[in-house]
Every structure is written in structure tokens, then in C-alpha cells.
Design a binder for this molecule. Structure first.
Ligand code: NAP
Length: 317
């Protein structure tokens, strides 16, 4: 099979398209014929080995040579003991722990896969798992009348976060770069802010802040919150995440707010509810563009350098 591999951390130039032996599924695993794999910021972070948390499991060299965790495809073979799916099933899932999606075939734990809703194409299905899980868990406190701010709302997860919060009846502020303001407005944001021109931490107060790109001080986050409000960061600099985990927790408790890191739980139950709503047309899957397998480096760069408007998807088949 053909696969795009990474032997060391670095830029897109360290990636090579090579031919590898077909993988074989072990117990509890399936062999998947990959049709589409979307690019997540986590792929870019693992390619570069930065922020530091991207090196968990592989301090000097990447623990896995083939990136790509949000996959959609067709089950080609079953490992021992798999009863939940059959050969020929169309499935999708998030393989953050094992990766391998930028290849023609990949091995996936059967428990991480769900049937692809017929209303979604392979490209749309591949765009969903990780970002849908983040959005579903991150917006669970958003309700009618709550004031919600999503920082990084024009990115892969952000566009789903703001749609879910808006559908829940919240008043939603979306923060991102100027090029994404129209996108955020079109997906339901009531207020949009260009982070290079306006400081969202001084525009609140908010009942819920969901931060996809944390890099500020905990004092700034505390300032943005209404009494009883919640700040949850999902991604960002290691320094900012550590500060939120330590000082942030304490500061929140002392001031009647809650500051913390959202540890996103993975698995079909965390992305299927959102996928079902996308298949019904209630939520939009915004695909920026697709690339063939040969152009995985360009696809990763588009996401890493912030040029995409919606999800970038590699169409393998
Ligand atoms: N906590 C967990 O358990 C968990 C699990 C999975 C993933 N994650 C993390 O969650 C994050 C998910 O991000 P994603 O996939 O949504 O990334 P993404 O698609 O790159 O979106 C991030 C968005 O934020 C924008 N942005 C960059 N700097 C900004 C700033 N200073 N202020 C406001 N907006 C800014 C980006 O704009 P430009 O593109 O124009 O720069 C982009 O639109 C990743 O960091 C990933 O590692 C966490």
C-alpha cells in the first residue's frame, strides 16, 4: 500500500510517499480501506513535535510514522474477535491514539469506529470525529441565553462549537482572524471579533469560554468570565495549558469561577450525535478543500499555516 510517512519531527518536507507492506489487523482490530482522512491541527503539531505535548510517547522521534487520525472508509478484513462490524461496512472514526490515516489501508480498533451515516459522504464523515467530540463536550454548558465565547471559532473544531452553541440558544461570540469573520457569521455567531484588533477578554463577561488556542494569562481568562462562569481550554501553548491547570484552577475557586483544561474523551459516542445532526442538515460540515494522498504535505501546511476556511480533507480513494 502507499502511505505518507514521517521519520523525524520537522516541516512538511520531512514527509515521504512510500510503498509499505499491507498492515494486518490484530485481535479487536479491523483493516480499513481508507477513502478520506481529514487534517487536524493535532496532525500539524505531531508533524512538528511542537507544542511539547505533541511529543508524548515519542520524545526524539515520532511514535507513529503515518499521521492522520480522522478516517472514513470501508472495512476490508476483520481481526480476531471482532463482531461489531462486517467486511464491506462503511465506517468512520477518530484514531488519535494509533493514527495511520494518510495511507491506502490502515488498522483501526473496531471499538473506535461507527457506521457512516448514509447522508454523509466519506469526505464529510472524515471531517467530523475529532472536532465533533471537542465541540460536543466543550459546549455542553451552553444553553438558552448563556453568553458563550469561542476563541479560534473559525477553525476545524471552532466552526462546530459555534454552531452547537448557537443551536442551543446561546448568544455566541466567535474570535478568529479577519479572513474568518464572514465564515463565523454565516454559521451563527452573533458577534465576531478579529483577535489581531480586539481583545475578547475585555469584551465579556461570558458564562462559557471555549478556547481552542490558549496562550494568554489566567488573569485575562478570569477577567472574561461572569460570576459562576466557566473557561475551558482545549489546545494552545503548553505554558498556557499548564498555567490554567495549576494557578487557573485555584484562581477560579477563589473567585467563584471555574478555569480548567477540557480533556476530550474519544470514541463514537462522543462524535456520533453531532454527525447525525450533520447528516440531517441541521449542522453544516464545512470542507475547505480536498487533496489527493500525494499532496498530504500541502494539506498539512494549509492547516498549519492557517490558510483553511473549514476542514481540509485528504481523499485517498
Ligand atoms: N484537550 C484535548 O483533549 C484535545 C483533543 C484533541 C485535540 N486537541 C487540541 O485542540 C485543538 C483543536 O484545534 P482545531 O482543530 O480547531 O484547530 P484549527 O482548525 O487550526 O483552528 C484554530 C483556529 O484558531 C485560530 N487562531 C490562531 N491563533 C489565534 C488567536 N491568537 N486568537 C484567536 N484565534 C486564533 C486559527 O486561525 P489561523 O488558522 O488563521 O491561524 C484557526 O482558525 C488543537 O490544538 C488540538 O491539539 C485537544
Amino acid at each position: 500500500m502507499r502511505a505518507v510517512v514521517q521519520d523525524r519531527y520537522g516541516g512538511p518536507d520531512v514527509l515521504r510517499l512510500v510503498t509499505l507492506p499491507d498492515p494486518r489487523p490484530g485481535p479487536g482490530e479491523v483493516l480499513l480501506r481508507v477513502h478520506a482522512t481529514s487534517v487536524n491541527l493535532s496532525d500539524w503539531e505531531t508533524l512538528r513535535g511542537s507544542p511539547a505535548y505533541a511529543r508524548l510517547g515519542g520524545l526524539r522521534r515520532p511514535a507513529r510514522s503515518v499521521l492522520g487520525s480522522d478516517v472514513a472508509g470501508v472495512v476490508e478484513a476483520l481481526g480476531e474477535g471482532v463482531g461489531s462490524v462486517s467486511v464491506g461496512d462503511e465506517v468512520f472514526g477518530d484514531l488519535l491514539g494509533t493514527k495511520g490515516g494518510f495511507a491506502e489501508l490502515c488498522v483501526a480498533p473496531a471499538a473506535r469506529l461507527a457506521p457512516k451515516p448514509p447522508g454523509l459522504s466519506f469526505v464529510e464523515a472524515a471531517a467530523l470525529p475529532q472536532s465533533a467530540a471537542i465541540a460536543l463536550q466543550g459546549t455542553r454548558w451552553a444553553g438558552a441565553g448563556t453568553r458563550v465565547c469561542v476563541n479560534g471559532a473559525g477553525g476545524g473544531s471552532g466552526v462546530l462549537c459555534l454552531q452547537l452553541a448557537a443551536r442551543a440558544g446561546a448568544h455566541v461570540t466567535g474570535v478568529d482572524t479577519a479572513a474568518k469573520l464572514d465564515l463565523m457569521r454565516s454559521l451563527g455567531a452573533d458577534v465576531v471579533l478579529d483577535h489581531t484588533r480586539e481583545d475578547w477578554t475585555r469584551q465579556g463577561p461570558y458564562d462559557l469560554v471555549l478556547d481552542l488556542v490558549a496562550h494568554r494569562s489566567v488573569l485575562a481568562y478570569r477577567r472574561a468570565l461572569a460570576p459562576g462562569g466557566r473557561y475551558r481550554c482545549v489546545g494552545g501553548t503548553t505554558r498556557a495549558l499548564l498555567r490554567v491547570l495549576t494557578v487557573g484552577g485555584l484562581l477560579g475557586r477563589m473567585t467563584g469561577r471555574s478555569l480548567g483544561v477540557l480533556a476530550v474523551r474519544e470514541g463514537p459516542e462522543h462524535f456520533l450525535p453531532v454527525a447525525a445532526r450533520c447528516a440531517e442538515g441541521e449542522l453544516e460540515v464545512r470542507v475547505d478543500r480536498t487533496y489527493p494522498l500525494e499532496e498530504v504535505p500541502a494539506a498539512l501546511e494549509r492547516v498549519g499555516l492557517g490558510r483553511s476556511l473549514g476542514k481540509v480533507v485528504v481523499e485517498v480513494r
